[in-house]
Structure formats: structure tokens, C-alpha cells
Design a protein around this ligand. Structure first.
Ligand code: IYR
Length: 221
């Protein structure tokens, strides 16, 4: 064992009953989360966005490299620019790049290449994964399990957005290369996901979906 510094770690010692109650309550709350495409333009305090990003940044990562960057966009001109670039790619997706079966799978969601939420939502968060690290002298160093780490961080982010009382969508305008350019991010950062964040619109609707049952998603040995 190396002589790295370790510090004591203590969490509350809940009883079985309390564990059941707390886990059930959390499930019931998080189970209300839905991906939303109809946003209100109502403003959201910047501090909320800071807090949800701090939550995402608390996610575990390979060798604690924290291989992520969160770019927050509220500037109307930049949001319009991103919408324009995203819709250009999405147009190509919906008019040729996506397979017929993919389009059929999406029919239930009523999606198309029009991405109004990119201008309406008060904040867009673009999550970049750091494929490798770069120091000031452009020396490269390795990151590990980058997709897993960034994915977990986004999971934390989505849960925090819901818990705060706001909504989001895990949007993947693909290819996403235009985001690295539009936001002037360095070459070691690749756009991972784009999440509009805000309140839902007054008349927001979501598809009538069912989640898989516990028996379908878990096997116990
Ligand atoms: N990126 C496209 C298509 C799309 C793909 C999947 I998989 C979805 O779950 C939803 C949409 C779009 O955003 O419209």
C-alpha cells in the first residue's frame, strides 16, 4: 500500500427502515422526471446552474481525472447560432442520415429537425468530455474511462436539474463537432451532450411512456 493521504469518511448510520423509506422517496421523486422539449423562456437564477454543475462535478471518474467541462450558454445570439448549426446537422439526419427503422423508433416522440428549445430555454449546458488532458505547454496526459465518467456526471446533472424543480433534455445534435468550434474549446475536448435547462412551457406535453418493470431490468443471483 502506498503512503497516500487518506482521511476518515463517515456518513449517517441509518436503520433498515430509514434506508427503505429514503430510497423509496428518492425513487418516487426521480421517477417524475421526463425529457422535455417544450421550454418556457422564464429566467432561472445563475446560482441554480452553478449548483447543478457542482453536483455533476462531484461524480466519480477514472483515476479522479474529472474529464469534463461544462459550457453554459445564456447569450441569445450564441443560442441562435447553436440552433442554426444544430438544425443544419439534424436536417441531414432526418432527411437521409438516419435509417428508416431509427425514424420509425422516433415517431412516438414527434421529433424532427426543428430545435426551438435551443433558443427558448434560458440556459444551454454543453458537456464536453476531455479525451485527454493538456497542460499549458500542450503536453498530453491520459484520462481513463472518459465516456463512463462523463456519462455518470451527466446522470448527476440530470438528477440535480430535476431535483431543483427544472427540466432538461439530453440532446445529441450529431455530429457535434460544430459545438467545439462555436465555443472555442481546445482540441482535447469533444462535445458529449447538449442540455437545455429551464422551466417547462405552460402547455408542455410529453409522450405517454412506460418504464420497464424491475423484473425486466434486474436479475438477482
Ligand atoms: N438527435 C436527433 C434524433 C434523436 C435521436 C434519438 I436516439 C432520440 O431519442 C431523440 C432524437 C434529435 O435530437 O432530434
Amino acid at each position: 500500500m502506498t503512503k497516500n493521504k487518506f482521511i476518515p469518511y463517515k456518513i449517517a448510520n441509518f436503520s433498515s427502515e430509514e434506508l427503505i423509506k429514503k430510497s423509496k422517496k428518492y425513487f418516487q421523486e426521480i421517477n417524475k422526471r421526463r425529457s422535455v422539449r417544450d421550454f418556457s423562456n422564464r429566467d432561472v437564477p445563475k446560482e441554480v446552474i452553478e449548483n447543478i454543475i457542482k453536483t455533476a462535478g462531484s461524480a466519480p471518474s477514472g483515476a479522479h481525472k474529472q474529464p469534463w467541462t461544462f459550457c453554459v450558454i445564456s447569450d441569445a445570439k450564441l443560442k441562435s447560432e447553436i440552433r442554426k448549426l444544430a438544425e443544419k446537422e439534424e436536417y441531414e439526419n432526418y432527411h437521409g442520415r438516419m435509417s428508416d427503422s431509427w425514424k420509425a423508433d422516433l415517431q412516438h416522440f414527434g421529433t424532427d429537425h426543428i430545435k426551438e428549445f435551443l433558443e427558448v430555454a434560458p440556459f444551454l449546458i454543453v458537456v464536453f468530455k476531455k479525451v485527454y488532458d493538456l497542460d499549458e505547454d500542450e503536453n498530453k496526459s491520459q484520462n481513463y474511462y472518459v465516456n463512463e465518467s462523463a456519462g455518470i456526471a451527466v446522470g448527476f446533472l440530470i438528477a440535480a436539474i430535476h431535483q431543483a424543480g427544472l427540466v432538461t433534455l439530453t440532446h445529441t445534435p450529431s455530429p457535434m463537432k460544430f459545438l467545439q468550434k462555436a465555443l472555442g474549446r481546445p482540441k482535447n475536448e469533444k462535445a458529449f451532450l447538449l442540455l437545455p435547462v429551464g422551466y417547462p412551457s405552460k402547455d408542455c406535453i410529453v409522450p405517454d411512456l412506460e418504464r420497464k418493470k424491475l423484473e425486466e431490468i434486474s436479475f438477482w443471483f
